[in-house]
Structure formats: C-alpha cells, structure tokens
Ligand binder design. Structure first.
Ligand SMILES: *Cc1c(COP(=O)(O)O)cnc(C)c1O
Length: 409
C-alpha cells in the first residue's frame, strides 16, 4: 500500500509519562514498572495535543491495517524493539442466525497464538526488550502464558509461566513448546500471581501479570482503536466483553478517550457489558451492590477458563467504565455458554471459545431484559479460537468392510 506523499510520517511514540490509575501520581516513562506506590495499575500517558497536530487521521487510514498502524498511540519508541509475529487486524463476522441482523463477532482467534492475549503481550515483551529485561514471569489461565512464551522466546527473553493445574492441556503444552518453563500449580490464577509477585519483589524476574505492568493494556487498547476505524469513526451501540482481569475493557475505554481527544471520534460511547461466568462473577456482585471494589470470589469454577479470575487489581477501573457507559456487569452460567457455542457453530459456522460463547449468551439475556434492542449495532468479543478448547465428540463410526447404507449417512 502506498502512502499519500503529502503526509509526512511523525515521530514514533508520543509517550510523556506513566501515571497511577488511582491517585494520578506520575512516574518516568521508559522504565520497567510494576504497580503504583498504592498498589494499583499504572497507565501510560501521551502528549495527545502534539499527536493531534502531527498525525492526521488520513495518514493512519492509509497504512496497512495491522496493530502497528497505531504506533504513535503505543509505547514502543524504536521500531527495532518490536517483536512481531504478525498482529493482524481482526475481522468483524456477522452472526445473523445465532445472534441477530446487527450482531458482529470480533474474532480475536486470528491473532498469533490464537488469542487476543497476543495484543497485550506483544507490547509488554517489546517494551521489556527495549528496557533491557532478561527474565519474565507470568500467572496465566493459559492464553496469556502462551502469548508471552511465543513473543519472549522470539525476543530471547527467559520465561517462567505458572498456571492452575486444571488449565486446558493444549495451553500448557503450547507454552512449553514455545520455549517457556511452565509449572502447574495447585491453586487458582491469583494463587499463581502471589508466587510471581514474590519472585518479582526479590528481583528475580519482571512480573507481567494483568495490569501489574503498564504495557499490556496499551496493546489491548488497539481493540478499541480498530473498532473505531472499522465502524467508520463512529462506535457501535454496545460491546459485550468477557471479563477476567478486564484489561481489554479498560483498554478500549482508554482508547475511546484518546481518540476523542484527537478529534477522531465524537462523544458517543458504546454501552459496555462486562460478561462473567456465574461460577466466578466478582464484578457482577460488586456492580449490583454499587461498590467500587470487588471482593475475592471463593470456589471459582467455570468452563470459560479465561474468565476464571477471582480477583482483579483493576476492579475499580472495570466498574467505572461499565457504569460510565450505561452498561452493566452480568453473569451467564456454563450450560448457557455451551449452548451458545454450539448454536453459533451450527447456525453461523463460527466456532467460538467458551468466553466468546458467554458474550453471545449474555447478549440474548440483555435482549430479554430490554437492555439492548434488535436495532442496536452490537459487537461480541470472541477472544480466542474455539480450536484451543475441549470439544464434545459427536461423531459416529463407519465399518468400511460392512455394507454401507449411503442414503442413511
Ligand atoms: C484472558 C482472556 C479473557 C479475559 O480478558 P481480560 O481482558 O483479562 O479480562 C477472556 N477470554 C479469553 C479467551 C482469554 O484468554
């Protein structure tokens, strides 16, 4: 694709500083950074006024549509540090039968390692490389560990991955195959996170847990940037997001604010629906109780392993975005998730992951409750390829040595 010769390329990144998401305290950019001094997520800030002056929207529109199209709004300053595996823009797939005429699935399963964790980890690892980090550790329910392993191995960074011992087998094996040391832990993801935090406090490795370093959210933010471009700089009416740690939801909310500051979109925001499983729904409980923070969810269980997150360090950011948007946090049970996955595959030919199935189930629940209408333009997030999850066996056997009734097949 050729660029308009009248548009000159501006500098690579417009990062000014890092900031505590709770207190607003500033920290210098371009340093490896964990949580803020009050133990909350640290976010990246940009000189949006300078960016607005330097970067016409038309220049971005003229570029290839991959994730690096947004480089001025991302933290990597020197392109030489980008550790890419081909971060494509993901398509919006209509699901007219299982969803509705105006329902689109953003299919994140097309990204490297088969999940949207690639967006966050490509950024965290590229920044880790830029900042001279040599060893990284992560707690994971599967997909984050896989994305980290792939990018870190590519960057020559040593990686240690801790996952619950019932993490889907394919995740555990892909993590190891992609060069990380993977350990199955007899606990949940926050139990794994506590071990990773202890090692980080002792200076053994850089902790890239969800929202415990500033850069994964910047990568996840590109989902919001992409949606704005794909919808012609006008956002959809509602977004259903399967919420674990909430990086994507918080990241999209940040993206919309930045795009409005640039004058690229208006003030209209989608209703944000934070979707959880009824066996692990801390955000739903806090939302319904009107609280700013969520309590840990005990005995968390669901087949949607990516959203089995009993405690989220960015809980208040998730709840704030959902409330500001006029959406809600809502829970769906595992049978509804399984039914939604089957229906979408059978009727629309799109194999969702269980977390994606949860958004489809939640959409129908929201329709029944009158929270969205058939006329609303809706985006459901399918965060990973359905191929990474166990599937029911619905096959029959055929004996090639016996008489086969072909008409009956
Ligand atoms: C990680 C993950 C989620 C949750 O994403 P967050 O942004 O951390 O809330 C949902 N679905 C899948 C498949 C995941 O891997």
């Amino acid at each position: 694709m050729t660029l308009n010769p009248n548009l000159t390329e501006p500098r690579a990144s417009f990062v000014t500083h890092l900031e505590c998401s709770m207190t607003g305290e500033h920290y210098p950019a371009d340093q490896p950074r964990g949580l803020s001094s009050v133990g909350r997520p640290v976010i990246v800030r940009y000189d949006l006024a300078a960016l607005k002056a330097a970067l016409p929207r038309a220049l971005v529109e003229a570029r290839p549509t991959d994730l690096w199209r947004w480089r001025e709004l991302l933290p990597v300053r020197d392109a030489a540090n980008i550790v890419s595996l081909g971060e494509v823009e993901t398509p919006l797939i209509p699901v007219p039968r299982s969803g509705g005429a105006k329902v689109l699935v953003k299919d994140e399963g097309r990204l490297p390692t088969g999940s949207f964790k690639a967006r966050g980890l490509v950024m965290a690892v590229s920044m880790a490389k830029a900042l001279g980090v040599t060893r990284i550790a992560i707690p994971t329910n599967g997909n984050a560990g896989a994305a980290l392993a792939a990018y870190a191995s590519r960057a020559g960074i040593e990686t240690i991955v801790l996952c619950p011992d019932d993490t889907p087998e394919i995740n555990v094996r892909e993590i190891a195959l992609q060069g990380a040391r993977v350990y199955r832990v007899n606990g949940l993801i926050d139990d794994c996170g506590a071990i990773v935090a202890k090692g980080a406090a002792e200076g053994r490795w850089y902790d890239v847990s969800t929202l415990k370093e500033p850069y994964r959210i910047e990568g996840k933010k590109t989902m919001g940037l992409e949606l704005a471009a794909q919808f012609g700089w006008e956002l959809p009416d509602a977004i259903f997001y399967p919420t674990g740690g909430g990086t994507g939801l918080i990241g999209m909310w940040k993206a919309f604010a930045e795009l409005e500051a640039l004058g690229w979109i208006g003030a209209k925001r989608p209703k944000m629906f934070a979707v959880q499983a009824s066996g692990c729904a801390p955000m739903v409980k806090a939302f319904e109780e009107g609280k700013e923070h969520a309590e840990r969810w005990e005995n968390a269980h669901t087949i949607a392993s990516g959203i089995r997150v009993p405690r989220a360090v960015g809980d208040f950011l998730i709840l704030r975005a959902v409330r500001e948007s006029g959406g809600i946090a809502m829970a769906v049970d595992d049978p509804a998730i399984e039914a939604a996955v089957e229906r979408c595959a059978r009727e629309d030919g799109l194999l969702l992951c269980p977390e994606g199935g949860a958004t489809l189930a939640a959409y129908h629940q929201a329709r029944a409750q009158g929270l969205v209408s058939a006329d609303d333009r809706v985006v459901l997030f399918n965060c990973a390829t359905g191929l990474k999850y166990p599937m029911p066996d619905r096959s029959k056997t055929l004996d090639r040595h016996a008489a086969i009734d072909l008409a009956a097949l």
